[in-house]
Design a protein around this ligand. Structure first.
Ligand code: SF4
Ligand code: SF4
Length: 99
C-alpha cells in the first residue's frame, strides 16, 4: 500500500512521520506560526511535498495538485524546503479564518 511505503521510506531517511489516521487526531491549535501556501501555477505536480510532509497532511487531488489540510498542518516548512520549483511559500499565519 502506497501510504505504508511512504512511511517506511521516511523512516529509513530518519524523518519522523505520522500515519494519516494518527495525524488527524492532532489538530493544529492557534500556535502555528507559518502557513504553507501552494502556488498552483508554479506547481509541476511532482508530489515531493506529499512525500516529505512529516505530518501526512497533504493529499493529491484528481488533477494531480497537492492540497494541504490546514486543520492539522503544523507549519514546519518541510514541504516548502523540498519543493523543487519553490511553489510553496511559508506565510505568517494570523489565523484569520478562525476569528
Ligand atoms: S508545513 Fe509541514 S505539516 Fe504543513 S504541509 Fe508542509 S510539511 Fe506538512
Ligand atoms: S513539491 Fe512543489 S512542485 Fe512538487 S507537487 Fe508539491 S507544490 Fe507541486
Amino acid at each position: 500500500m502506497i501510504e505504508d511505503e511512504k512511511i517506511k521510506y521516511l523512516d529509513e531517511k530518519g524523518i519522523p512521520a505520522l500515519k494519516a489516521e494518527e495525524a488527524k487526531t492532532e489538530k493544529t491549535g492557534k500556535w502555528r506560526v507559518f502557513k504553507p501556501i501552494i502556488n498552483e501555477e508554479k506547481c509541476i505536480k511532482c508530489k515531493l511535498c506529499w512525500l516529505y510532509c512529516p505530518e501526512n497532511v497533504i493529499t493529491i487531488d484528481k488533477n494531480g495538485h497537492p492540497k494541504i489540510n490546514y486543520e492539522i498542518c503544523k507549519g514546519c516548512g518541510v514541504c516548502a524546503d523540498n519543493c523543487p520549483v519553490k511553489a510553496i511559500n511559508m506565510k505568517r499565519d494570523f489565523h484569520e479564518e478562525e476569528k
